[in-house]
Design a binder for this molecule. Structure first.
Ligand code: COA
Length: 261
């Protein structure tokens, strides 16, 4: 696909694997990497018909060690604003994609790397993963959605503790506080992520997509509006061929063959 800093492969069971590929700098996200991610998410992923996307980092040490500090240090204020805008766009594309996403956190997930993992729907961490927001050590703070997405996952106090200190936590602490959903032996990170993606890929794609919308959009609304949205979306699901197939398959004691219609 002609990318330099990211890799994408589609596996036979409709699972996509997106890898940030700058292992020499622990997969730090420079401007060009964000640009490639944006092109991939806007122009390529929607046509791929993948049912789950795994996001990970190349090499043995890092998921993504954050924004590219060397490049940021050279930026003028206007460039920095554009850089932040691009990162926000990329993370919104992941968060709002109809395709469920799984972060396979295979090492350091720091700053923008931790924010990238939080833009994904579900996070699997290697036992070697280290997570955190070191930005305050650099005189900035997590500005790629971090202060908002972390707060929604961890609550105010824990977010402030992590963001104000800039300290890293290990995978088990991340699990304990709910920053990741699962911790696995390092060498099993991708296989566990693939199993999870495979389980999602077998389900009714319309149902999964609408559930994601109900959960994400609903969590930003007051309860009454969110429940209304839920009712509307589940009724749309009920109108689908997949719903008929899913219920018939259950009653006929066979596996459903969903078509996404
Ligand atoms: N931006 C640019 N380069 C980075 C980077 C980043 N966010 N994170 C790591 N690198 C580079 C290092 O400069 C180093 O390059 P070099 O080999 O040319 O010197 C290379 O990646 C390896 O990193 P190194 O620091 O030598 O590895 P380490 O194992 O000693 O430490 C970390 C690992 C993650 C603790 C350390 O690299 C780090 O603190 N990185 C910055 C994390 C951060 O602040 N992220 C938020 C940015 S807003």
């Amino acid at each position: 696909m002609g990318f330099k800093y990211i890799q994408y492969q589609k596996e036979p069971n409709s699972i996509g694997i997106l890898t940030v590929n700058r292992p020499n700098v622990l997969n730090a996200l420079n401007w060009d990497t964000l640009g490639e991610l944006k092109v991939f998410l806007e122009d390529i992923l929607p046509g791929e018909e993948v049912k789950a996307l795994i996001v990970t980092g190349a090499g043995e040490k890092a998921f993504v060690a954050g924004a590219d500090i060397a490049q940021m240090n050279e930026m003028k204020e206007r460039d920095f604003q554009d850089y932040v805008d691009t990162a926000h766009r990329v993370y919104e594309l992941i968060e709002n994609s109809s395709c469920p996403s799984i972060a396979a956190i295979n090492g350091y997930a720091l700053g923008g790397g931790c924010e990238l993992a939080l833009a994904c729907d579900i996070r699997i961490a290697s036992e070697k993963a280290r997570l955190g927001f070191p930005e305050v050590k650099l005189g900035i703070f997590p500005g790629w959605g971090g202060t908002q997405r972390v707060t929604r996952v961890l609550g105010l106090g824990k977010t402030k503790e992590l963001v104000f200190t800039g300290e890293m936590i290990d995978a088990n602490e991340a699990l304990r506080i709910g920053l990741v959903e699962k911790v696995v032996p390092h060498e099993e990170t991708m296989s566990v992520a693939r199993d999870l993606a495979g389980a999602i890929a077998k389900r009714g794609p319309i149902a999964v997509r609408m559930a994601k919308t109900a959960i994400n959009a609903g969590s930003e609304m007051d309860l009454q509006k969110a429940l209304l949205l839920e009712k509307t979306l589940v009724s749309l699901c009920f109108d689908s061929e997949d719903r008929i197939e899913g219920m018939n398959a259950f009653l006929e004691k066979r596996e459903p063959a969903f078509t996404g219609r």
